[in-house]
Design a protein around this ligand. Structure first.
Ligand code: F6R
Length: 242
């Protein structure tokens, strides 16, 4: 894993946006794997800024998002569909039919998972997968204990993840209990992976991922076995990395 150490969240966001922009310039028809959450927000802001200033085009890009809550409408402010439109897609020239996010309202969620896996395959796989990490080491919504062989599947969210995400909802009871997520083996098939880590809260888990054993108890630890992983982390997140 290649580590890029930066000063703070702003620097991380700038570097991550440049990484994405370089990928798209090098291969305009790239398949980008995208994430939601607080960590990647600044990156999307910088991508938009660059789009406005330098007109980097996303016309030929396809996107596949990591995950979506089950039972939350795409128009609901807490859905990942809404997040992506609001924080990225509405502001760049990506074609709407090139955007792929799991359908959390699908009647048959198992079928939706199989279809989603098929979509990724048909696109020729993900060129660059952007990832954040949960304080428990989750990537996507692959919680500790998820098989490294998992493909896109339905997950029951842990209390720790629901608790971390309650900041977006009025009450903990409103946080969905299930989600659809790309599996760990789905993520690992990406040609390149960019993991962003910021803040003291993530320092312990980042140290564990980088220095600990590769174990399903720490989903992100599998990234050590991928040939093309770049981690952009800020000082606070790197506090415990020896
Ligand atoms: C989001 C996702 C999650 C987040 C992780 C970190 O699509 O898949 O794995 O990347 O929960 O979230 P933040 O960035 O809010 O700390």
């Amino acid at each position: 894993m290649k580590i890029i150490a930066v000063e703070n969240y702003q620097e991380m966001s700038k570097a991550a946006a440049q990484f994405i922009i370089n990928q798209v310039k090098e291969k305009p028809q790239s398949v980008l794997g995208l994430a939601t959450g607080g960590t990647v927000l600044g990156t999307y802001e910088k991508v938009i800024e660059d789009y406005q200033q330098n007109k980097t085009s996303y016309k030929q890009v396809h996107s596949v998002n990591l995950d979506e809550y089950i039972g939350v409408e795409a128009t609901h402010p807490n859905s990942y569909h809404y997040y992506m439109m609001e924080h990225l897609f509405a502001h760049i020239d990506i074609e709407r039919d090139h955007i792929h996010i799991p359908n959390g309202l699908a009647k048959n969620t198992e079928e939706e998972c199989r279809n989603y896996e098929g979509v990724i395959e048909e696109l020729g796989g993900v060129d660059l997968q952007l990832l954040g990490i949960g304080v428990n080491g989750h990537i996507g919504f692959n919680e500790p204990g998820t098989s490294f062989d998992s493909v896109t599947h339905v997950v029951k969210l842990t209390e720790s993840t629901r608790d971390a995400n309650k900041r977006y909802f009025n009450r903990l009871e409103d946080v969905p209990t299930h989600a659809i997520t790309m599996g760990i083996s789905t993520i690992m098939k990406s040609k390149n992976i960019l993991l962003l880590v910021s803040g003291k809260k993530k320092a312990e888990i980042l140290a564990q991922v980088m220095n600990g054993e590769i174990d399903e108890k720490v989903p992100a630890s599998i990234l050590n076995t991928h040939p093309n992983v770049t981690i952009i982390a800020d000082k606070d997140a790197l506090a415990f990395v020896g």
